[in-house]
Design a protein around this ligand. Sequence first.
Ligand SMILES: [Zn+2]
Length: 188
Amino acid sequence: MNLAARKPEACPALVLNADFRPLSYFPLSLWSWQDALKAVFLDRVDVVAQYDTKVHSPTFEMRLPSVVSLKTYVSHARTPAFTRFNVFLRDRFTCQYCRSTERDQLTFDHVVPRSKGGRTTWQNIVAACSACNIRKGGRMPEVARMIPARKPRRPTMFELNERGRAFPPHYLHDSWQDFLYWDIELEP
Ligand SMILES: [Zn+2]
């Protein structure tokens, strides 16, 4: 057994769309090695790069894919889920009142307070640091003189994916880099 090779469980595959961009940045589109192999055998993906790790069966041996690309393009036109994470991502993890980027201080603020009929929607929730959240309290933005930096609205999937590229995950297999940072200038 090759000790340098990863265990199959540590070999997720980065999934690219047919245009060779990640299917999504947040969460980063990853499949387990089982799902990746299944898609290979169903001829739904091309293998773009591989791990050294091999899997065996009585009839075949194969290196596990580290990057696969879908054969059919998946459109990003669907609307994003209204989740805490996506609100943070839309607002770039930045307080919309003082522009602080201290992540552990980040909370959510109802622009129109709930006590004044404000609802929990894309159009009324912004990222706010806890200090600003407390300072604004139950007041209307005009009264508190605290107007969000950007008028909150529902983002498109494309916008969220663009934002997500600024927040790469901690762990990246070497062969994924090319697909994650394709807009950075390549060295000569
Ligand atoms: Zn703030």
